[in-house]
Design a protein around this ligand. Structure first.
Ligand SMILES: Cc1ncc(C[n+]2csc(CCOP(=O)(O)OP(=O)(O)O)c2C)c(N)n1
Ligand code: SF4
Length: 338
């Protein structure tokens, strides 16, 4: 890996000599470039940056990012990345995963990384399909999705990744779309700056097996009717003419026309509120019934795992000295295995 002084970095310094093997038009290309731009803009030290991935098209990511990297095993990237972060808390550790990798085989590992609030930035490319294995339905596929493995339509109900993360007490959760470049960069930069676990769901188009599954969120003419940008301290307003909003009717969200309600009725977005209920509700709003929120759902401060761990290690050393691993192994009863 080459090293360039931080102040001269551009996004090209994060490119590698590897041929990018994603299909033409795949949303993965855009996410890669936006993240390279964010890292360059933040003058990220490549020698202290690691990308860990699982298995899937998205998980080819570490080959294309000129930092340290680990293309690991299916669903286990959060576990391996947790080990990297605990062994060397000074590293910036990113996890790149897909909806299948993170939420099918890797669901367990994902939950436990999140609940520990370990300093990982987990970027989940959600194309609502298994791309690498040629188009089976995933945990985020719509009910009724027809694939070769569900020819009569999927009868599984999809899960909402951000609500899963909030249920596991995530401290930072955000969502962006692969083609909304400026906003995607904003969200990735926010994740990079977060202490603790940051989870970013990126709506990513798989041109081959689930093409246009997000056309309602990307079509320039109509997308503002179907998405709502979350901005801290601001009311939830959307629509091509910014003439609609979201408010609570009792405990339920409802769409209202701004002309017919007082601005005070609208939900004001608060990404820092301790109670996760409103963020959870927002994470479950789905097209076409509601506009789907993009932006930062939740950004909380909470003690981070690696700091607590280092604190315990330092306290143990203070009390008991540096220790001797061989002596510890031989301290108790031992057995000879014949
Ligand atoms: C233990 C194991 N089980 C199953 C597979 C097959 N497999 C590889 S990638 C994948 C799913 C990938 O889907 P996703 O995470 O959504 O990534 P995408 O390819 O869409 O980016 C599966 C089931 C595997 N490689 N290893
Ligand atoms: S199969 Fe889909 S997700 Fe995989 S590289 Fe091609 S377009 Fe992208």
């Amino acid at each position: 890996m080459s090293t360039t002084p931080d102040s001269t970095l551009t996004f090209k310094d994060f490119k590698t000599d590897q041929q990018v093997k994603w299909c033409a038009g795949c949303g993965d290309h855009s996410i890669l470039v936006q993240l390279q731009k964010v890292l360059a803009g933040q003058r990220t030290d490549r020698d202290h940056t690691v990308f860990v991935s699982g298995i899937g098209c998205s998980s080819r990511f570490p080959y294309y990012m000129d930092t340290y990297g680990f293309h690991s095993i299916h669903g286990r990237a959060p576990a391996i990345a947790s080990g990297v972060k605990c062994a060397n808390p000074g590293l910036d550790v990113w996890v790149v995963t897909g909806d299948g990798d993170a939420l099918s085989i890797g669901g367990n590992h994902f939950l436990h990384a999140v609940r520990r609030n370990i300093g990982l930035k987990i970027i989940m490319f959600n194309n609502r399909i298994y791309g690498l294995t040629k188009g089976q339905y995933s945990p985020t596929s719509d009910f009724g999705t027809r694939t070769k493995s569900s020819p009569a339509g999927s009868i599984d109900h999809p899960i909402h990744p951000i609500s899963v993360a909030i249920g596991a007490e995530i401290t930072f959760a955000a969502r962006a779309v692969d083609t909304d470049l400026e906003h995607l960069q904003y969200v990735l930069a926010r994740a990079a700056a977060h202490q603790g676990t940051a989870f970013v769901e990126v709506y990513q188009n798989c041109t081959v097996y689930n093409n246009d599954c997000y056309s309602w969120a990307t079509d320039r003419q109509t997308k503002h009717e179907h998405i709502v940008y979350l901005e801290h301290g601001k009311p939830l307003i959307f629509g091509n003419n910014r003439d609609k909003g979201l408010r609570f009717n009792g405990d339920e969200p409802e769409i209202v026309e701004l002309a017919k309600v007082s601005p005070d009725d609208l939900i004001i977005h608060d990404e820092r509120t301790h109670d996760p209920s409103t963020a959870f509700m927002l994470a479950r709003l789905t097209h076409p019934e509601f506009p789907e929120p993009l932006g930062v759902f939740r950004a909380m401060e909470k003690p981070v795992y690696e700091d607590l761990l280092m604190g315990q290690l330092a306290a143990a050393r203070d009390q008991q000295g540096t220790g001797n691993l061989q002596a510890l192994f031989r301290a108790g009863e031992t057995w000879d295995v014949a």
